[in-house]
Design a protein around this ligand. Sequence first.
Ligand code: DC
Length: 226
Amino acid sequence: MHEIPVITVDGPSGAGKGTISHMLADTLGWHFLDSGALYRVTGQACLMEGVSWDDHPAVTEVARHLDVSFSAAEDGEILVACKGIDVSREIRTEEGGRGASTVAAIPSVREALLQRQREFRRAPGLVADGRDMGTVVFPDAPLKFFLTASAGERARRRHKQLIAKGESVSLPRLLEDIEERDARDSSRKVSPLVPAEDAIVIDSTTTPIPDVFQQVMQRVKEKGLN
Ligand code: DC
């Protein structure tokens, strides 16, 4: 068994993965991998370089040479830079999500980002947030979670977040986007969005985040990882 432990947190967007993974990494004092950000930056780098998301060989080259860096702002927010340019805001837009989901369906892009993701495994441990962390990237992780919630609830959460940021998007449009992205992420041939066989599945549709976190921490303690 690998000596550096990984806890994987997979699931569709809006299921609370990001929040739970950050809380977990903070509580344990472990490193954090936001794998979705790597796909989002790949999509953004394509826009910056004038590469179409449909040009698979060119997108793969962009992924292979991706110049991405993560840093923490004073308020603790994670800043993401591509070629030294802060793209934190751009990658979190709806278009950023569409680009990520589109380039993430290209097998050679996933292959290009595989090793880079594994390099985040550093002592004392790693919390890895994504779609295929437990199935493909860290299949040997000692503890795996799959967080899910109904599409309607995830759309409502996203709507609330966007309103708080001053963006106006209609709820039916968001639901349509979420269902479209779920379908694309779940039906792709490589690394589809499915729980690992040994993952603990938690449905957060009606469970508040603090309660989900309590359930997660319970499992972490049972495994002796805290
Ligand atoms: O977690 P996120 O919403 O930032 O991810 C953005 C997109 O990237 C999502 O539509 C699917 C894709 N993704 C992926 O295919 N594999 C991952 N490990 C993480 C994200």
